[in-house]
Design a protein around this ligand. Structure first.
Ligand code: SF4
Length: 241
């Protein structure tokens, strides 16, 4: 079986621990603990993704392959396609969880941009009962303000209040490092977190849902209630330098 899904899942990293950060990236502003971690994060993630890949059975890989191909060929309606991607992401996530640093109550990623499309926003609104807005054109492809002061509106007491209905972007984000150190938001620097690469799912998502994408905060305006839940530096304090 040749499959874009398999190839993607076998590709270990979507981002750049292999590329050394330079002063132009703001590396000089990073705490020493993070700079040291970046030196080994790529190797750690490579080991983790190999172990993860070994847990993917043929049935799940075939399901991913079939679903992605059907979506890319235009043979699935948006809603059915999104629900199928959510279900696959949850099955993949159940396997990825033991190799990832992500833990219940860790919410760094809920303070970062979360891009969703209008079809998924409608699905979330319908299932969560929360009214959605139609972001103005100026918000499309532009991240809303985000950071520890501006969490996702659905974050409550450090946990996702729409966990069963959260977007694909949230279901597919797994940091393959040993802990959440690299997830700390550092102003002005994009730290290359070694996320699991699930680009086949994202490609299918884009085919269903790309037009009109915007940040989740633009579709669901308002403030998150717990801006103090994840304090900047909370992980750094625990890290060995
Ligand atoms: S939808 Fe839930 S998991 Fe996703 S960013 Fe918002 S609070 Fe976090």
């Amino acid at each position: 079986m040749s499959s874009c899904a398999i190839v993607s899942l076998m590709t270990p990293l979507s981002e750049t621990p292999n590329r050394p950060l330079t002063p132009a990236d703001g590396v000089d502003r990073l705490p020493r603990a993070i700079r040291l971690r970046l030196e080994v994060a790529g190797e750690t993630a490579q080991r983790q993704v190999e172990a993860f890949n070994a847990t993917l059975g043929k049935a799940l890989l075939a399901r991913i392959d079939t679903t992605v191909r059907r979506i890319l060929a235009g043979r699935m309606k948006r809603r059915a396609g999104l629900l199928a991607l959510w279900a696959i992401a949850d099955d993949v996530g159940a396997r990825a969880a033991r190799f990832a640093a992500c833990r219940r109550g860790c919410a760094h990623c809920c303070h970062t941009p979360v891009a969703i499309g209008p079809a998924e926003a409608r699905l979330i609104a319908e299932r969560s009962g929360r009214p959605m807005a139609s972001p103005p054109l100026s918000d499309r492809w532009v991240s809303a303000e985000y950071g520890y002061h501006r969490p996702c509106v659905f974050l409550r007491n450090g946990e996702c209040s729409i966990h069963a209905h959260r977007p694909l972007a949230c279901r597919t984000l797994f940091n393959l490092d040993v802990d959440a150190l690299l997830c700390e938001l550092i102003p002005g620097v994009t730290v290359p977190v070694p996320y699991l690469n699930l680009q086949a799912l994202h490609l299918a998502y884009a085919a269903l849902n790309l037009e009109g994408a915007a940040d989740i905060r633009s579709f669901f305006p308002g403030d998150g209630e717990d801006v103090e839940t994840v304090a900047p530096g909370s992980t750094l304090d625990d890290a060995s330098a």
